[in-house]
Ligand binder design. Structure first.
Ligand code: ADP
Length: 196
């Protein structure tokens, strides 16, 4: 898998989230939590019917919030289901709701002492969020959370296609500078390459 890793705790990778042996994978679910297409369908297929059975007990999830379940036949330990906003043009609170998805998923993960977590590009499929903008929010919010907390230790932003991957790499480069700036340089042990 290709990857971008200027910050060892935050990586952009291209791949299939259902195959990752991280502590938690995030599902871009719909408010019913009863399954759908895209990454949601892939996660339910790979996890098996027990996942849907547990989701039925949760009574849905409002947009911007997150709920946790087991991961059953997936290599991950948990699935964190979050509901991204449907894109309606950008003036209906979409950016704040998408940011809340990342923050709430990370806070829930942290409460369960999740060390590694993988996110798909929430809202970037059927929900129609412009990928460049969604990528900036994903990188910014995860970067801020990592800067403020020790857990999760590792965040993967998983891009399914090459186009999404390119948007995320660009957002990573931009946001990395904004979020971490000079203060971050030299603060991380084990970095092999410094930025110019
Ligand atoms: P939403 O309804 O929130 O837009 P989708 O599942 O339609 O959610 O799409 C979200 C993103 O997940 C899209 O970029 C899509 O390409 C991606 N995706 C689909 N399947 C997978 C998978 N197996 N692993 C990672 N990402 C995936």
């Amino acid at each position: 898998m290709a990857e971008t890793s200027e910050n060892p705790r935050l990586q952009v990778i291209q791949g299939d989230i259902t195959r990752l042996a991280v502590d938690a994978i995030v599902n871009a679910a719909n408010p019913t939590l009863l399954g759908g297409g895209g990454v949601d369908g892939a996660i339910h297929r790979a996890a098996g019917p027990e996942l849907l059975a547990e989701c039925r007990t949760l009574g849905g999830c409002p947009t911007g919030e997150a709920r946790m379940t087991g991961a059953y036949r997936l290599p991950a330990k948990y699935v964190i289901h979050t509901v991204g906003p449907v894109w309606h043009g950008g003036d209906q609170g979409e950016a704040e709701l998408l940011a809340a998805c990342y923050r709430n998923s990370l806070a829930l993960a942290r409460r369960h002492e999740v060390r590694s977590i993988a996110f798909p590009a929430i809202s970037c499929g059927v929900y129609g969020y412009p990928v460049d903008e969604a990528a900036r929010i994903a990188v910014r919010e995860t970067g801020r959370f990592l800067a403020a907390h020790d857990l999760p230790a590792q965040v993967l932003l998983v891009c399914f296609g090459a186009e999404v991957y390119r948007s995320y790499q660009e957002a990573y480069r931009e946001t990395y500078r904004e979020t971490y700036g000079e203060a971050h340089q030299g603060t991380t042990e084990g970095r092999e390459t410094g930025r110019p």
